[in-house]
Design a binder for this molecule. Structure first.
Ligand code: ACO
Length: 339
């Protein structure tokens, strides 16, 4: 599904924020316990270090910290937020939604809240949902958060997955903007085009049983579980899906790669990013890349990179940016927006 937006009103990016754990773990830490090496991890993935949360910290605590920064940057008050959506596959608990806990923590008394499960594509799926809710008139502003602590579902004895992931959270505020509020050049900021896709025939190439109903032996015997991944298939699917989603939003909007100031891809593997850049003809140096410092933070990778790009001035008012993600499901998503 891909769509471009008509501009009676627009849904604009009002603020961004992120929060990552303090403690950093370099690749060499894994050399002590796994048959791996810093050289292998850097060469095959581009990752040099990642951050892991302390044991007492939760997905909602990082989500709330990132969201508070996005809210402060937006200039909106907590009372003005009408919707909170958290993209996560590592929720605090099964019930209630992590978004409910964040809503309470931040005192967002006029909001409704729920979680979205779309793995590494979750932030873009959540942005698309918030955009649709605002356009439909259900709310006029939304806090879109992605928070994942994959340290809670990693098998630290599995070299195929343990070295790839890190913990973190990112957030954005989306808000309705009337035509009268647009810039003097008449160009609206905000969401320009979106594309969502799920190739569900590939649902089993990346899984985590983690308390679900599949695989239980007796009533109420749901097993805890770790991430398991067919890395080669995920790699191939990720390249194809990201390329397809980018082409969708370019076609829907009539934009060309040279119009995009910054492309912010999901941060799974530098080789995936390089291949996508090459296939769509986009310069690698204009892509926001942070996986060397954080590893793959699942849904949080894109909003963390987005906030970094906004705060370090890499993207500014009027710039077109493109978010693109792929992950378990097998899901993929892209959003083109003007800052
Ligand atoms: N250290 C050393 N060797 C390793 C390691 C490691 N950390 N991990 C795997 N290997 C070995 C494998 O066991 C294999 O050994 P074998 O040939 O003896 O069987 C060898 O390296 C080659 O394995 P490949 O899978 O071919 O390695 P590849 O170059 O493909 O890299 C990787 C593996 C990094 C996992 C890659 O396939 C990848 O990045 N896949 C995509 C992951 C991804 O995108 N995940 C995102 C989705 S996450 C989400 O949605 C939540």
């Amino acid at each position: 599904m891909s769509t471009s937006q008509s501009f009676i009103m627009s849904v604009s990016l009002a603020g961004t924020g992120h929060a990552v754990p303090e403690k950093s773990f370099p690749n060499t830490d894994f050399e002590k316990t796994l048959d791996t090496s810093d050289a292998w991890i850097v060469q095959r993935t581009g990752i040099r270090e990642r951050r892991f949360a302390e044991i007492h910290e939760t997905t909602s605590s990082y989500a709330a910290r990132a969201a508070k920064k996005a809210l402060d940057a937006s200039g909106l008050t907590p009372e003005q937020i009408g919707m909170v959506v958290v993209a996560t596959t590592t929720p605090d608990m099964r019930i209630p939604a992590t978004a409910n806990i964040v809503q309470n923590e931040l005192g967002l008394v006029n909001a409704y809240s729920y979680d979205i499960v779309a793995a590494c594509s979750g932030f873009v799926f959540a942005m698309v949902a918030a955009n649709a809710h605002i356009r439909s008139g259900l709310t006029s502003s939304a806090l879109v958060i992605a928070s994942d602590l994959y340290s809670s579902i990693l098998d630290f004895e599995d070299r195929n997955t343990a070295v790839l992931f890190g913990d973190g959270a990112g957030a954005a505020v989306l808000a309705k903007q009337e035509k009268s509020e647009w810039a003097p050049d008449g160009r609206p900021s905000g969401v320009v085009a979106v594309s969502l896709n799920t190739d569900a025939t590939r649902w089993d190439n990346l899984t985590c049983l983690g308390g679900g109903t599949a695989g239980r032996k007796t009533l109420s015997s749901a097993q805890p579980g770790f991430v398991r991944m067919d890395g080669r298939d995920v790699f191939k699917q990720a390249v194809q899906a990201c390329e397809a989603r980018i082409r969708d939003v370019l076609d829907a909007s009539g934009c060309k790669p040279e119009h995009i100031a910054c492309l912010i891809p999901h941060q799974a593997n530098i080789r995936i990013i390089e291949k996508v850049a090459q296939n769509v003809g986009y310069p690698l140096e204009r892509m926001a890349i942070n996986l060397d410092r954080y590893g793959n933070m699942a849904a949080a990778s894109i909003p963390v990179a987005l906030d970094e790009a906004v705060r370090n001035g890499r993207v500014g008012p009027g710039d077109l940016i493109l978010l693109v993600a792929a992950g378990a499901g097998f899901s993929s998503a892209a959003m083109l927006l003007r800052v």
